[in-house]
Design a protein around this ligand. Structure first.
Ligand code: ARG
Length: 457
């Protein structure tokens, strides 16, 4: 039975019916919808808008419907959307008393409420996933404050750093993502019910009571805005997109690092796959999927932005298209965070390879230049001298470590201490400034991150 059938003299076309229906995807809002209806009905009863006996009957019946859907006794089907389904079910169970529920309410404010309730929980759920990931990264970093590896720029070896430094860079990104989700949750956490179809209602409702019952700290300020606002959906998917972007960057590095050319890390059998034809293969499919799924979440963001573009006030049915993209972004990100966190825990880090790799690629060249600066040579000249030294090494198949002191001295004034200067461990230990890779600086960053983690919830 359609909620609006009174105005119509003939049935809706079958194809139009299925085109119009959102039940296949909005059924996942059933808990939020029923909890919202319970709060609305409680308020209607308390305010004397409907008689209190009837209000109580509706509330207990709604509780029963919720329990029955939860335990599989009632199947969600045969309705235009989840709001219609719940109301139809209510009327089927208690007859015309159930028809009082929708007093002073429209599906326009109802769907805004449901979506906000759903996404507010989704934020909390995603935040738990991000927190687990940061915790894992921080734990790995704490074990590797002295694991030397090259830092890259332009994917060319740049300077020595540590694995802790590299991993904590990602921990910082994910900590910002957590901030974004907490901000998104704030913009979601405003109660729209009472806005009616668009200009609120003439019943003497108590919106603050509904907000309190549903644990919202505030109510929306303008009913036109409340039913037509989907900024909070955009905030959610946008936060998800940025997090996916970070996951895809890390995944890309793991793909490179696990290749035969690098061998910096080895993925466990649990988180890699084989080839149907090449017996030797162990492929980083999880990371590739993580990278690929980023495109999908960006698509969700484009979807909602484009749906909302140019929409006149107030509610338009276009906005029904807000849900699938939000759910998809949520499901995708949740799965990605779970797989990625587990995969990291099982990934072998080849510290020896990382250390060896740091000696190649002249990662200590900056140290050599700074060494000359320490001897009174202006940095620009020192830079040029070491540049020539590097060219010499390349021509003669040498590294800064294998060059003899005589060879060094062809280019400037060096003494034995240069061999200490070019040790990556030394370069690292000197970078003690906040944000630098020196083990003591890293320990501070790790401790600060553990503090930040306490505030993510
Ligand atoms: N299924 C609809 C949606 O998701 C519910 C609101 C319907 N409102 C309306 N005026 N037709 O937006």
């Amino acid at each position: 039975m359609k909620l609006w059938s009174g105005r119509f003299e003939s049935e809706t076309d079958k194809a139009a019916d299925s085109f119009n229906s959102s039940l296949s995807f909005d059924k996942r809002l059933y808990r939020c919808d029923i909890r919202g209806s319970i709060a609305h009905c409680t308020m209607l009863g308390e305010c004397g808008i409907i008689p209190s006996y009837e209000a109580k009957l509706i509330v207990t019946t709604l509780e029963g419907i919720l329990a029955d859907i939860d335990n599989g006794e009632t199947e969600i089907k045969d309705a235009e959307d989840i709001h219609s389904f719940v109301e139809n079910e209510l009327v089927a169970r208690i007859g015309s008393v159930g028809k009082m529920l929708h007093t002073g309410r429209s599906r326009n404010d109802q769907v805004a409420l449901d979506t906000r309730m759903y996404l507010r929980e989704a934020c909390t759920d995603i935040l738990a996933g991000i927190k687990a990931l940061i915790t894992r990264l921080t734990d790995i970093a704490a074990k590797h404050t002295e694991t030397v590896m090259p830092a890259f720029t332009h994917l060319q070896k740049a300077q020595p750093t540590t694995l802790a430094h590299h991993f904590m860079a990602y921990a910082e990104m994910f900590a910002r993502d957590a901030q974004r989700f907490m901000q998104a949750r704030e913009s979601i956490n405003v109660m729209p019910l009472g806005s009616g179809a668009c200009t609120s209602t003439s019943y003497p409702i108590d919106r603050e009571m509904v907000a309190k019952l549903l644990d919202f700290p505030a109510v929306t300020a303008n009913s036109m805005d409340a039913v037509s606002d989907r900024d909070f959906v955009i905030d959610f998917i946008s936060a998800a997109s940025v997090t996916m972007m970070h996951l895809s960057r890390f995944s890309e590095e793991i793909i490179i690092w696990s290749s035969d050319e690098y061998k910096y890390v080895e993925l466990s059998d649990k988180f890699s796959t084989g080839s149907s034809i090449m017996p030797q293969k162990k492929n980083p499919d999880m990371n590739e999927l993580l990278r690929g799924k980023t495109g999908r979440v960006y698509g969700d963001l484009m979807n909602i932005l484009t749906v909302m573009k140019g929409l006149p006030l107030a509610y338009d049915k276009d906005m029904q298209e807000d849900k699938e993209c939000a759910f998809d972004a949520y499901d995708t990100l949740k799965a990605c965070l779970g797989v990625f966190t587990a995969l990291l825990g099982d990934m072998k880090i080849n510290s020896d390879v990382l250390r060896k790799s740091t000696d190649g690629g002249f990662t200590s060249a900056t140290e050599c230049a700074d060494y000359l600066v320490g001897r009174g040579i202006p940095f620009r000249d020192a830079h040029s001298i070491i540049g020539q030294l590097v060219v010499y090494c390349i021509k003669h198949g040498k590294t800064l470590q294998t060059l003899s002191l005589e060879e060094y001295n062809k280019f400037g004034e060096f003494d034995e201490s240069i061999f200490d200067v070019i040790r990556p461990e030394r370069a690292i230990s000197q970078r003690k400034a906040t944000g630098g890779p020196a083990p003591e600086a890293m320990k501070k960053e790790i401790a600060a991150m553990r503090e930040k983690l306490k505030k993510i919830k």
